[in-house]
Ligand binder design. Structure first.
Ligand code: AMP
Length: 282
């Protein structure tokens, strides 16, 4: 397993693999890897001859008041995990390698990004689409792996690949959770002991919503109200959104008459966490 920092080194390695006729999978990450990332990497290792993991805290997808500076970083620990999972190459560029002086081209999306996280994080998806396009152009993978934890991101990437005819298969992977249900996230490291307990309101409110749906509730408002009521009881929690949207368009719906995504974003103290479920997975 190798770690490289330049675009040229990635290209040289991938060229060698291609000359041998090998297939290549890509797992884009921001590092501080956990079992959620590990499941993506293992799936790619199973599906492809070689797997590239990018570790890049992408400044472009953070808003001015967000946690770019404090985002946790530990490339040595990340390298151990990638090695254990069977990954072949880590691409860990500095921001200047990705965004040289005068960088001025962006990939943006006008649909799908006007709801959910796109509302509270207005520059986020432009940063995601731009960096993922760059990674696709650098690695030129056959397949790329994304977690359902970031459900809107997965929908946006699928849409971008379709709109722009990118010849890459996008694979969505299930959410990996702690034993008590909290979705694994690099940002969980920000939580103190009380916040860690309070953070369970995300998965528990989703379980409540899922239970109502299983019992036949079709009204999205009624489901959302019950979930909000539950989260509001937790003093350390502040709701950013609780929404039910159409899986394809990410637009809010009133009735559960089609495949939907139920998604929550909640501040626990200063830490913004997200979680969700797809009704199809119930
Ligand atoms: P991040 O490093 O947080 O940008 O995440 C990199 C990739 O890992 C994204 O595709 C995420 O959706 C995915 N991911 C993060 N956490 C989880 C999780 N708990 N389960 C599954 N996938 C995850």
């Amino acid at each position: 397993m190798k770690i490289v920092k330049t675009v040229e080194e990635v290209r040289a390695q991938v060229r060698e693999w291609r000359a041998e006729g090998l297939s290549v999978g890509l797992v884009p990450t921001m590092g501080y890897l956990h079992e959620g990332h590990a499941s993506l990497i293992k799936t790619s290792v199973r599906d492809n001859d070689r797997t590239v993991v990018s570790v890049f805290v992408n400044p472009m997808q953070f808003g001015p008041a967000e946690d770019l500076e404090s985002y946790p970083r530990d490339i040595d620990r990340d390298a151990e995990l990638v090695q254990l999972c069977g990954g072949d190459l880590i691409f860990n560029p500095e921001p200047e390698e990705m965004y040289h002086d005068g960088f001025s081209s962006f990939v943006d999306m006008t649909v799908l990004t006007q709801e959910l996280c796109g509302l509270s994080r207005p520059v986020h998806f432009r940063g995601v689409c731009t960096v993922v396009t760059k990674l696709f152009n650098i690695v030129k993978p056959d397949k790329a792996y994304f977690g359902k934890k970031d459900a809107q991101q997965l929908a946006v990437i699928r849409h971008m690949v379709d709109d722009l005819n990118m010849d890459i298969a996008i694979v969505g992977c299930p959410i990996i959770r702690e034993d008590d249900g909290l979705a694994k996230s690099s940002r969980n490291t920000y939580l103190n002991a009380d916040e860690r307990k309070a953070a369970l309101v995300l998965s528990k409110s989703l379980a409540l919503g899922a239970g109502l749906i299983r019992n036949g509730e079709k009204s999205c408002d009624r489901i959302i109200d019950k979930m909000k009521e539950y989260i509001d009881k937790e003093p350390l929690a502040r709701i950013d959104y609780v929404k039910i949207v159409d899986c394809g368009t990410m637009q809010q719906i009133k009735e559960l008459d089609r495949p939907a995504l139920c998604a929550v974003a909640v501040f626990i103290g200063k830490t913004r966490l997200i979680d969700n479920f797809f009704t199809e997975d119930l």
